[in-house]
Every structure is written in C-alpha cells, then in structure tokens.
Design a protein around this ligand. Structure first.
Ligand code: HEM
Length: 405
C-alpha cells in the first residue's frame, strides 16, 4: 500500500521535473529571441544565494554555460526578478548609449524609499519641479552643477545618488590599503614613483599644499603612479552598472522585456585574458605603462571601475585626486617594511557580502592582513595644519592589518 506521503512526494517530483523541462527546455525553443536562462533548482528563489555570495563567479558560470562565452546576453533569476547579464563590450556600449530603454533612477528611488522618504516626497523629488534660480547655477571659479536639465528635482536626485554612492567612500579606505599593499610588495615601484613625483613638490617640506596635483595627476609626467592606479582598480574593484528596462528593447539579438533588470559586471572585462593578456589576474602595471596606440585604447576602453553611460561615477576624479595625493604623501613621508613573508600578496575577497555585488573595491580575504613597520622617511615634513585627517587615515589602516610597530 503506497502511503499518501509517498504519493505527495512523487507528485512534487513530477511537478518539479515538468517545471524544469518547461522553463529550461521548451520555453527557450518557443522564444528563441529571449535571453537564455541559467538553470536553477528552486523556483522563485533562483540564483539568489550565489548572486549575493559571489556575483562574479555566478556571472562567469552563466557566460560559459548559456552566454556562449560572452557572445550572448543571458538571464538569472533572483527572488522572482529576472536579471539580464551583459558581458560583451559591444552590447555594453549599446546599453550605455540607450537612455530611452535603460534607467538607473528606479534603484535610487527604492533606496530612498527604504530610508523612509514618503510617497509624496518621492513624487516631488522624482517628478520635475521648478527650475533652479540662475544665481544658484552661476557659481564662482568655474564650478558648475552637473544637472542636465537644471531643475530643482534633478539636483535633489543627484544628491540622493550621492548619498547612495558615498557609501563607496569606504572604497577609499579599501583602496588605500590595496594601493599601498601592491607598492610595498613591489618596492621598485615606490622608487620610480618617488623619482617621477619629486618635481611636484615646491618649496621646503612635504606639505599637501606644496604638492602640485596637476603634475601628479597626469599620466605623461607620472606614468608609474598612473599605471599603479589603473592596475589596482582593475584588479580590486567589482563594480557593476545596474539598469531597469523601461521599454522592450533588443540587445545583441535578444529581447529584453520592460520591467526586467540589467547588470553589467565589469570585473569580467577586467579579468578577460583576450583584453589584458595572459596573467590578467596578476598585478602588472607595466601592461598600462607599455601599451601604445590601439593597444592602449583597447585597455582603457575596457577599464570600467567607475561604470559607464549616463550614470558613470561623477566622483571618479575626486576619488583619483584624493587617493593619488594621499599615496604620494605617504610614500614620501614614511618608509615601510613588511614584517614576515613579503612574497604573499593578500587576495581580494569576492565573496563577502559587504563587497557584493558591485560596491566598488573589494575587501581583503579574511586572515590575510599583514604587518608592516612604518618609520619616518629621511624626507622632511610633519603633518601640516589641517592634515590631522591623514593621521586618522593612517590609524584606520591598523584596522585593516597595517600597523606601526
Ligand atoms: C574609487 C572610488 C569609487 C568607485 C570605484 C565608484 C564607482 C561607482 C560606480 C561603479 C557607479 C555606477 C556607475 C554606473 O551606473 O554605471 C558609481 C556611481 C556614482 N558615484 Fe561613484 N565611485 C567611487 C567614488 C565616488 C565618490 C567619491 C563619489 C562622490 C563624491 C561618488 C559618487 C557617485 C554618484 C553620485 C554616482 C551615481 C551617478 C548617477 O546616478 O548618475 N563616487 N560610482
């Protein structure tokens, strides 16, 4: 006699097999223009766990299994949402260039809603309000707001985005750690940067105010510093662009339906050997230093730590400015010596929730912190007036495992 329990389980198994066959075998044949779905086991939940666990690994798997190694857009499912993954550089440009079909606002709206902004507040903010007064727009010394339509609502929207993305300033602490880590493990780069940056200091001492950033910030005058910056961001960020599909649109021959979401995971580009050559996962700033002409254009057109398109990070110059300056001052004022094994470079943690998905720079893998001895360098200069924050930053490095002994 078969029990009811056995019958129920058999029924559920048949139901599950039917669902799998329908979703991943029959439907794709009926809708050849829809992006192929990466199969999953639990309906509705889909890839939610691996998505938040390690987006890069999931995207790599999808690209290999259903994305024809980057030729096609493919789809994931997470908590009932369909998310299209775009990895082909040509398709990425199509997404960036099509503001009519892809939008970023929905995500910031959701964010401010979760922060407690009322429905009325959102409708005022995200509707178009009165124009900004001209005195507000005309700011002295060449500074202008990047508000395309100069409406008050657009300004407030940008400020909301800033709040959202300022979360990324934790990126800066992580990036100082990564930049320093790579330099300390490659001391010949420190000497090269010290040599090329030296003319940027005017007068006596190593005060911030005496550092000519225009000099430090250009790749012509300080190519090693620039190459270290580019290579560090290439290897240590897992940035994404997130878009909502606002009307049906075809990308790379695949139909993306209104209401679905799109993710562009730039880390896949950054680790692509067909772009960055063999050993694309290794720190080798020479690849940026040595590249010329078309090769250089190719490297930079795939270098996307700051995203792209309409919502490309407006804070990128600020971040570069602050981090390069800080790095220069640090390596001029201090000598660093790694205590212990100097051959093992701490790896990035792609799996930690705090760095996933796509929040910019990644954390260091648990247990891979290391100790350094920091001494005042022979170069002159103490912290100048108003530079106490640098001392605070140095202290914050201790949390990440770098410490004064
Ligand atoms: C190294 C540090 C940083 C990284 C890696 C980074 C990365 C990113 C990325 C990947 C995006 C999304 C771009 C896209 O949608 O395609 C973004 C957007 C944004 N970032 Fe940054 N960011 C950094 C620092 C900053 C800073 C310091 C600020 C503010 C001063 C800032 C302000 C913004 C804003 C306002 C947006 C939203 C733009 C929009 O909605 O149009 N970011 N950032």
């Amino acid at each position: 006699m078969i029990s009811i329990g056995t019958i129920s389980i058999a029924f559920l198994v048949i139901l599950w097999i039917t669902w799998r066959a329908w979703t991943f075998t029959i439907l794709p044949k009926l809708r050849p223009n829809a992006p192929k779905q990466l199969p999953y086991a639990i309906p509705f939940v889909g890839h939610a766990f691996s998505f938040f666990g390690n987006t890069t690994a999931l995207a790599l798997r999808g690209r290999r299994i259903v994305g024809r190694n980057g030729k096609d857009v493919f789809s994931l499912t997470a908590m009932g949402d369909t998310i299209h993954i775009v990895t082909n550089p040509k398709h990425i440009s199509e997404v960036h260039g099509n503001n009519a079909s892809f939008s970023f606002h929905e995500f910031t709206e959701d964010f401010v809603k979760s922060m407690g902004l009322s429905r009325e507040g959102i409708s005022v903010t995200y509707g178009y309000g009165p124009s900004l007064p001209s005195w507000f727009l005309e700011k002295p010394n060449g500074f202008t707001w990047s508000t395309p339509d100069k409406s008050f609502a657009e300004l407030v929207r940008q400020m909301h985005h800033a709040v959202f993305w300022l979360v990324l300033t934790n990126t800066n602490t992580k990036l100082v750690f990564r930049l320093l880590t790579y330099l300390l493990h490659n001391p010949e780069l420190i000497s090269a940067i010290r040599d090329e940056v030296a003319p940027a200091f005017s007068g006596e001492g190593l005060d911030f105010k005496l550092l000519d950033y225009d000099y430090v910030g250009t790749s012509d005058q300080c190519p090693t510093l620039d190459a270290v910056w580019c290579e560090t961001l290439r290897l240590c960020t897992n940035s994404i662009s997130l878009r909502c599909v606002t009307q049906d649109v075809v990308i790379g021959g695949k139909l993306l339906k209104k209401g679905s979401k799109v993710i562009i995971p730039y880390r896949l580009l950054h680790l692509d050997e067909s772009i960055y050559g063999p050993g694309a996962d290794e720190f080798r700033p020479q690849r940026f230093l040595e590249a010329k002409g078309r090769e250089k254009t190719r490297l930079f057109s795939h270098w996307r730590p700051f995203g792209g398109g309409k919502s490309m990070c407006p804070g990128r110059h600020l971040a570069e400015h602050a981090l390069k300056r800080m790095l220069v001052i640090m390596i001029f004022r201090y000598d660093f010596e790694i205590m212990g094994d100097a051959t093992k470079i701490p790896e990035c943690d792609e799996t930690r929730l705090g760095t996933m998905p796509g929040t910019g720079a990644m954390s260091v893998k648990e247990g891979q912190d290391f100790w350094v001895k920091i001494t005042e360098s022979g170069a002159k200069g103490r912290f100048g007036e108003g530079e106490e924050w640098l001392e605070e930053k140095m202290a914050s490095l201790q949390l990440l495992g770098i410490t004064k002994l």
